[in-house]
Write a protein that binds this ligand. Structure first.
Ligand SMILES: [Zn+2]
Ligand SMILES: [Zn+2]
Length: 276
């Protein structure tokens, strides 16, 4: 059993045409598949789809859905939340017939500046922490989580993306995941997610890109998700066709070990549960 709904093709910062992803998914006998390009952001950037390209993105995926009936396809977006900057997530759903949304924070806003916590370069994280937060890691982490909480409270989306990605470039240098103040933000996230009834992704990208030794969120947190009956799905966050299944099996094992007997799937835009 294989699926992946968190993928980036050439429309945003990924490599490869949508059809190449579909062919690879069929070759690997996927149960279902989805595209989640980075949604347009009204600031200069080199990773999101341009708004003028969105109709073509949607049309191309819809056409593939017709051409390849053996693979249930869905057309989604990974939406960024930046207070006072990004479009409401529903804007895309209503105007471009987007079927599902993965919500995440990659750019942390503080006093008019943006701290980029993602991407391959640790220096970018360190420089932002120093220039924007004067190396006050607790303030930086708090700002990240408050922005995440605001997104969960205000926006309408199906899946929460890599919610502890703030740890990625940390590598236990500024804090460890077992510190009480940090864990408190994790607990608060779980509380909010549970209230909202959304699903959380278990993202494997850090492991196969060797940027982080654990999933987003970490295996310890997956146990807490299970205790709170929060539905989960596995995401590879693939940026190329050859990445679509990387880390799926270990993530599924981890989910099983936590106690889960079903995961969230998406079939032609409809959320459903898949038995493990
Ligand atoms: Zn992301
Ligand atoms: Zn992504």
């Amino acid at each position: 059993m294989l699926y992946n709904y968190h993928t980036h093709c050439h429309y945003c910062d990924g490599k490869g045409k949508p059809e190449e992803f579909v062919n690879e998914a069929i070759r690997l006998n996927f149960h279902s598949f989805g595209f989640s390009s980075h949604a347009p952001i009204p600031i200069a950037n080199n990773f999101a789809v341009k708004e003028e390209d969105l109709p073509q993105y949607v049309d191309e995926i819809r056409e593939l859905e017709r051409q390849y009936p053996q693979l249930p396809l869905s057309c989604g977006l990974e939406c960024d939340y930046i207070p006072q900057i990004t479009f409401a997530f529903d804007y895309f759903r209503q105007n471009y017939h987007i079927q599902y949304i993965i919500g995440g924070v990659h750019l942390v806003a503080y006093q008019g500046q943006l701290w980029f916590i993602d991407g391959p370069e640790q220096e970018v994280y360190d420089r932002g922490l120093q220039q924007i937060f004067h190396n006050d890691i607790r303030l930086a982490v708090k700002t990240y989580f408050y922005q995440l909480f605001e997104m969960i409270e205000r926006e309408h989306f199906e899946i929460l993306a890599h919610f502890d990605k703030i740890k990625m470039h940390n590598h236990n240098r500024y804090f460890t995941e077992d510190e009480a103040w940090y864990k408190n933000y994790i607990f608060q996230t779980l509380e909010l997610v549970q209230q909202k009834g959304m699903a959380v992704e278990i993202n494997t990208r850090g492991i196969y890109k060797k940027r982080c030794p654990d999933f987003y969120p970490s295996a310890e947190i997956i146990k807490l998700l299970y205790q709170r009956h929060i539905p989960v799905t596995v995401s590879m966050d693939a940026h190329a066709p050859e990445e679509i299944s990387l880390g799926f099996e270990p993530a599924l094992n981890c989910i099983r070990e936590a106690g889960y007997r079903e995961v969230v799937g998406i079939n032609h835009g409809k959320m459903h549960l898949i038995s493990l």
